[in-house]
Design a protein around this ligand. Structure first.
Ligand SMILES: [Zn+2]
Length: 389
């Protein structure tokens, strides 16, 4: 019995569509996972994520939830699903990336990472064992190993050192994870037909922009053995062409019968281009974060709602979008809300952006099933050049 099941139903070139069964529901892939950093996907209610957008899985951030409200509060509520009232699948990151992004505020050793909390300035320490303990207390359905990320422009030597540390931390994560599962520390446990009811654990491939190291990291990670595999450490300041070089080389070499997750990427175009190279799962803050700063993603490219040219524009954000925002409101009205500092502007733009990302993935899956993915991809990318016009 395994914690998740993954079945590919159609393939078109390297692109594939399939079904990922978790203890909290079935997820069609390729899938985009909205990011719920602090126990909320910022700017949108859970009802809308479930009912209108039909998001099957969202992310939670270990680092943020650990610092605030703290694991005791979430444990007392019976785990993260119960605390936030979300019955569908949850994936939690390990905190490794967030701690790494603190830059000068952190210190990395063999044992783990010491850092200063951005919430109250206290010194904190995160290690593979502590990250696994937090994630079992959160009870997420997919847990990520604790890793170290090398900067996009890191030298071969620095990347190699970092990658080997990630491999040792992956092994320690696996040992701690297995122990916690056997001790019943997982607050999200539930018995489901055909599945073990336990949490799933994903390994992370590092190696920055060095293909030889990426391949070694892949081998190290697969040798330990995980329920799924992620490509980490991309979209951290490297050239986009290098990012795709890594994905193109590594994704097809990843185990075919396990989900492949590209962490923290990216724009709608990036998602479609990565699917073409064999990726199944994505997460990114772009639709929510950019929604709050007035940027809309549409089938005709990005548009900035602040722009004066929309002042009397009665068209919806995206004329082919069927989301409730596009069915009801004009660019002129949304621009007015944004300029007036009304919070509804952020809410409506976030809603549309998430609808667009999720719809894009629906279109991707449909086109792979019908054998039209190359055409879908070509036309999708062409239309994005229109700047919202
Ligand atoms: Zn819309």
């Amino acid at each position: 019995m395994t914690p998740i099941k993954f079945e590919i139903s159609a393939q078109d070139g390297e692109a594939r569509t399939g079904v990922l069964s978790t203890r909290r529901g079935v997820i069609e892939t390729p899938v985009f996972m909205p990011v719920g950093t602090a126990g909320t996907v910022k700017g949108i209610r859970f009802e809308e994520l479930e009912e209108e957008l039909d998001a099957r899985i969202i992310l939670g951030n270990t680092y943020h939830l650990w610092l605030r409200p703290g694991i005791d509060v979430i444990k007392a509520a019976g785990g993260l699903h119960r605390f936030i009232s979300w019955e569908r699948a949850l994936l939690t990151d390990s905190g490794g990336f967030q701690v790494w992004s603190l830059g000068a505020l952190r210190k990395i050793s063999e044992e783990g990472t010491q850092f200063r909390s951005h919430v109250d300035g206290s010194m904190r320490f995160l290690s593979p064992e502590i990250s696994m303990e937090i994630q079992s207390a959160l009870g997420s359905d997919i847990v990520m190993v604790f890793d170290e990320c090398a900067p996009g422009a890191a030298s071969h030597e620095d990347t190699e050192r970092s990658m080997n540390l990630t491999a040792r931390w992956a092994q320690r994560s696996k040992i701690a994870f297995d122990r916690l599962q056997s001790e019943g520390a997982d607050t999200g446990r539930r018995d489901v037909e055909d599945l073990s009811g336990a949490q799933a654990l994903f390994g992370i491939i590092q190696g920055a922009g060095h293909l030889d190291l990426r391949r070694i990291s892949l081998e190290q990670t697969v040798n330990i053995g995980f329920d799924g595999y992620a490509i980490g450490g991309l979209s951290v300041g490297e050239e986009k062409s290098l990012m795709f070089e890594v994905i193109e080389d590594i994704a097809p070499r990843m185990p075919k019968d396990r989900p492949r997750y590209l962490m923290g990427v990216g724009t709608p175009e990036d998602l479609v281009q990565a699917v073409a190279r064999g990726v199944d799962m994505f997460d990114c803050v772009l639709p929510t974060r950019n929604g709050r700063t007035g940027q809309a993603f549409t089938s005709r490219g990005k548009l900035n709602i602040k722009n004066a040219k929309w002042i009397n524009d009665q068209r919806p954000l995206d004329e082919v979008c069927r989301c409730s925002v596009c069915r009801r409101h004009s660019r002129a009205y949304l621009r007015h809300l944004y300029i007036a500092g009304e919070m509804l502007a952020s809410i409506l733009l976030t809603h549309h952006n998430l609808a667009f990302f999720l719809d894009t993935m629906r279109g991707v899956r449909q086109s792979i099933r019908s054998g039209d993915f190359p055409k879908f991809r070509r036309e999708f990318i062409e239309r994005l050049g229109a700047n919202g016009e």
